[in-house]
Design a protein around this ligand. Structure first.
Ligand SMILES: [Zn+2]
Length: 335
């Protein structure tokens, strides 16, 4: 056995040598025959068909919009409470406008909707984490699907608040920012808001204050921590009737002509129908729907005077008095 083992390295060298010799003396493979004119034309026709079908899709189903400088109004529309159903979600994704989708981390389809949005290269859509925060009426946290969510609560120590936020981000890893679901009790707690902001800053995320209550502290906390921040100006569907949603959308469009606006709505048949009907009309009037980060991006180009560059000023935070007081408790009553 010892002698056989000693011979093995030599036999290996011999085999490698023979292989090299084989490669050296083997004749070169024959050159590929040149393509005929007909073959080249056939390939070109295939490419032309692909290009034309892509252009046709863009014409008939692709996103509609305007370059930033040509639009007379800029409106970001965030759809909250995403992940609890798929039917309306699909219809909202199908709209030819770049809506932003805010996903509830504990929702049954949280992973599915993120995969769906990420897989659709032709309709790029921004995703937010819709972070559940304690409302004034604690019973709402147990109502229906809310019981599946892990709410950040007033009285939670800072480490627990951060851990809950990180757990939620683990469930919505595609999020580029976060906004609050409910939160009329937690967002006025400045210490709680200050505890959360470092997590967002470390991950490069921005915060959109849903403003479910006028006394929210989120904006100041984000600014103090150097986290880019926006604030919701209009709730589209506090009153879920079609006429009320249409009126709120018109109000958002009117505000958008004065400066960029963030409006928040929820999936409903009426919401789908009104957005489908009205957004093309608003675009024809010059009001474009833009992804929510477009507001941050264009503000970064022209920061407000006197504001440190690292701290993004609130582009769309209205004075509380200017906001419709009847809207302040929104987002908590129906869902
Ligand atoms: Zn919500």
């Amino acid at each position: 056995m010892g002698a056989t083992r000693d011979k093995q390295p030599w036999s290996l060298v011999v085999w490698i040598g023979l292989c090299c010799l084989g490669f050296a003396v083997a004749p070169a493979p024959p050159a590929a025959p040149p393509m005929t004119t007909e073959e080249i034309a056939a390939i070109q026709r295939g490419i032309d068909r692909i290009v034309e079908s892509t252009r046709a899709w863009q014409r008939e189903r692709g996103d509609l919009g305007l370059p930033w400088d040509q639009a007379t109004g800029h409106l970001a529309i965030v759809i909250d409470d995403v992940g609890r159903e798929l039917h309306l979600f699909e219809q909202l994704v199908d709209l030819r406008f770049p809506l932003t989708f805010s996903v509830l981390p504990g929702s049954v389809y949280a992973a599915g909707v993120q995969l769906r949005l990420r897989a659709d290269r032709r309709r790029p859509r921004e995703i937010l984490l819709h972070l559940p925060m304690e409302p004034t009426d604690a019973a709402q946290m147990q109502a229906g699907a809310e019981a599946q969510e892990s709410f950040l609560r007033q009285g939670d120590p800072p480490e627990l608040l951060r851990a809950k936020l990180e757990a939620a981000l683990d469930r919505v890893p595609t999020a580029i920012g976060t906004n609050n679901h409910m939160g009329s009790r937690l967002t006025p707690d400045c210490d709680a808001m200050a505890a959360l902001m470092p997590v967002l800053r470390e991950r490069g995320l921005f915060f959109l204050d849903s403003r479910t209550i006028a006394t929210t502290c989120a904006l100041q906390a984000a600014q103090a921590a150097g986290v880019p921040v926006l604030a919701r100006q209009v709730f589209l569907d506090d009153d879920p009737t079609p006429a009320a949603i249409a009126a709120q959308l018109d109000r958002a469009a009117a505000l958008a002509r004065q400066g960029p606006v963030v409006a928040i709505g929820h999936p409903s048949p009426a919401m789908v129908e009104i957005l489908r009907r009205r957004l093309p009309e608003l675009l024809a009037e010059g009001v474009a729907v833009v992804p929510v980060t477009a507001l941050l991006r264009h503000r970064a180009v022209a920061p407000m005077a006197g504001t440190p560059a690292a701290v993004a000023p609130p582009a769309v935070a209205p004075p509380v008095a200017a906001d419709d007081p009847s809207r302040q408790g929104s987002g908590e009553h129906r869902r």
